[in-house]
Design a protein around this ligand. Structure first.
Ligand SMILES: N[C@@H](CCC(=O)N[C@@H](CS)C(=O)NCC(=O)O)C(=O)O
Length: 203
């Protein structure tokens, strides 16, 4: 399998953490990409119309996007492990994944506002709205963090990757100040080999 990736992408990181946890990381060759919402990367575009990372090319040459589909695909390939099979545990993990991904979508919208748009086109109200979304998602997770325990599934992995991205790109958001339980939980899960192996380079 091949994966179009970028070192800083939190969605790619989620896929690779899942791959490490499932023992599949060694079967995935990383392909470089230069994806951008405006200047699209044609090498990814010819494989998938959204031209985003992560995009996976499977062993038969089929392309798969996005991170949720790729993670579920890898989980099926490995015979399960990262997606609780049914009942409340499944809906909880999927809902946590959606919320963590939504937090990341808001963070990326801010990032693109600041890096892909001319200064004269930027909207302070837009950035404020997306920041509020990040803050309310963090508060939602803080309410739940004490109950995470040692659970490692698609919900907690998505959250860990989202928090890692905030630390990488939004160090001005001092999220630990208002989320002590989340901070303690994140420090522990960050020690896992899967998280260590996928740590983005600083900068
Ligand atoms: N929902 C997608 C989001 C992927 C995404 O936003 N990837 C970013 C990089 S972190 C990207 O490819 N940006 C370029 C673009 O949006 O065209 C997923 O879960 O994979």
């Amino acid at each position: 399998m091949k994966l179009f990736h970028s070192h800083a992408s939190p969605f790619v990181r989620k896929v690779m953490v899942v791959a490490h946890e499932l023992g599949l990381a060694g079967h995935i060759a990383l392909l470089p990409s230069a994806v951008h919402p405006v200047k699209r990367d044609r090498s990814v575009l010819v494989q998938h119309p959204l031209a985003q990372v992560p995009t996976l090319i499977d062993a038969e040459g089929n392309s798969l996007a996005d991170s949720r589909v790729i993670c579920e695909y890898l989980d099926a390939l490995a015979g399960g492990g990262m997606f609780p099979k049914d009942g409340a545990a499944r809906w909880r993990a999927l809902n946590e994944q959606s919320t963590a991904d939504g937090l990341l979508d808001a963070a990326l919208l801010i990032r693109y506002e600041l890096t892909a748009r001319a200064e004269s086109e930027r909207s302070a109200a837009w950035i404020e709205g997306q920041t509020a979304k990040i803050e309310s998602a963090l508060a939602w997770f803080e309410e739940r963090a004490a109950g995470f325990g040692e659970r490692v599934d698609i919900g907690t992995v998505a959250l860990a990757c989202a928090l890692g991205y905030l630390d990488l790109r939004f160090s001005d958001i001092a999220w630990r100040d208002d989320a002590p339980d989340l901070a303690a939980w994140f420090a522990t899960i960050s020690e896992r080999p899967s998280m260590q192996a996928t740590r983005p380079p600083a900068g």
